[in-house]
Design a protein around this ligand. Structure first.
Ligand code: NAP
Ligand code: FE
Length: 362
């Protein structure tokens, strides 16, 4: 059994400004990598600029990262970072800019990599990364994964390198004005990490212990998620739960819903958390070890499985315009994804996988 978590995580109100001096150790010039607009509105980018200016650290901003970041975007940002000789990266925003930052860190350090060789199997190091997440879903601030859109293979896939941020700074205040839809989608992502980490071939007593705490923490926000009105405490619970969820999947990986959801995101534009979430009721139904499924609803504070399903119907509700033939072809593609399949600890047939899609979406 192995437990490895090299990222230092600091959580709290005003955490960036309170840890201003920590930025000095990272170098003299930073590349800030962020999305198109949210970090300019929620205060995170202003806080980072203030801290860098105070510490006389030079910076350039790349604010073109799209949702589900593409290899092409990563390459453009990497060229900028190389040209400007940056010492480190600050990834600020949701999972998309932080995942992009991880790949950019690898490409800046390994200058010979191109968009055609980025998914190399060689194990590489990157330049240091500070993560400032502004969604409570992916847990990317405590994972080694960088999920990129590979337009050549027409799917989303993991870069395959291990890029843990050196430091992650989580301030739930950045998430206070997040629209309800994004809040629910990203919360669903966090919940799916916890559950897929629990119903997983690679789970250990350590990850199971973290699962228990993460589900209990998540449960504190359930009322707010249902009513559509989340307090600071709710947002803080989601930040902690999604961070713990990152630690869990850093060890176990994700399994069926994530593997099946990627096709819905790539082909139908369904946001990542929702793409997993809309398959969840059917995924839990096919899981044969009912004792483990029972533990999940109990730890979330529900009285029975029906209550959990009612909740999933609210936060995992998606309208996806898809036909039977498409679902059959997504199923076939998924079966090639051996890494996700081997994380599922039970035997499962092609028909059962297809039925998860079909019963969820048709
Ligand atoms: P995201 O794609 O980063 O962002 C979704 C939307 O939310 C964007 O429009 C973004 O705006 C906005 N947004 C971000 N923070 C906000 C805030 N505080 N208030 C209001 N709006 C905000 O969403 P995400 O769900 O966090 O990340 C999804 C990506 O992470 C996917 O590519 C997924 O595959 C990946 N992922 C990675 C891991 C991992 O371990 N590495 C795990 C799960 C998922 P802007 O674009 O303007 O910033
Ligand atoms: Fe995810």
């Amino acid at each position: 059994m192995k437990f490895f978590m090299p990222t230092e995580v600091l959580i709290g109100k005003n955490i960036v400004k309170e840890n201003s001096e920590r930025f000095k150790a990272f170098g003299k010039k930073a590349l800030i990598v962020t999305g198109k607009s949210s970090s300019k509105k929620n205060g995170s980018l202003d806080n980072i600029i203030e801290v860098l200016t105070f510490n006389k650290i030079d910076y350039i901003i790349f604010d073109e990262v799209e949702e589900n970041p593409s290899v092409e975007t990563v390459c453009i940002a990497s060229e900028l970072g190389k040209k400007e000789n940056v010492d480190f990266i600050i990834g600020v925003g949701g999972g998309s800019p932080i995942d992009a930052s991880k790949a950019i860190s690898i490409m800046i350090k390994n200058r010979e990599l191109t968009k055609d060789t980025i998914f190399t199997e060689e194990k590489l190091d990157g330049i240091p990364l500070i993560a400032v997440p502004t969604t409570c879903g992916t847990g990317t601030e405590t994972t080694q994964y960088s999920i990129l859109t590979d337009n050549k293979e027409k799917i989303k896939r993991n870069l395959g390198q291990e890029v843990f941020p050196k430091l992650s700074l989580l301030d739930p205040l950045y998430t206070m004005n997040m629209p309800l839809e994004t809040t629910r989608n990203t919360a669903m992502d966090a919940l799916s990490h916890i559950i897929e980490g629990y119903l997983n071939t690679n789970s250990t007593i350590i990850t199971d212990g973290i699962v228990k705490i993460a589900l209990e923490e998540f449960s504190k926000a359930i009322d707010g998620l249902i009513k559509g009105n989340l307090s600071f405490e709710d947002r803080e619970s989601l930040a902690i739960a999604s961070n713990l969820a990152g630690i869990i999947i850093a060890h176990t990986g994700t399994s069926l819903p994530h593997g099946l959801g990627y096709a819905l995101t790539y082909n139908k534009g369904v946001p990542h958390g929702l793409a997993n979430g809309c398959l969840y009721i059917e995924y839990l139904k096919v899981f044969k070890n009912r004792e483990k499924v029972d533990n999940i609803y109990k730890l979330l504070g529900f009285r029975n499985e029906n209550e959990l399903e009612d909740f999933l119907r609210i936060i995992g509700k998606a309208e996806v315009n898809v036909i039977e033939g498409e679902l059959k072809s997504y199923t076939k593609e998924f079966l090639k994804n051996k890494s996700k399949l081997k994380n599922h600890p039970e035997d499962i047939t092609e028909e059962e996988i297809y039925l998860i899609y079909k019963n969820s979406l048709l």
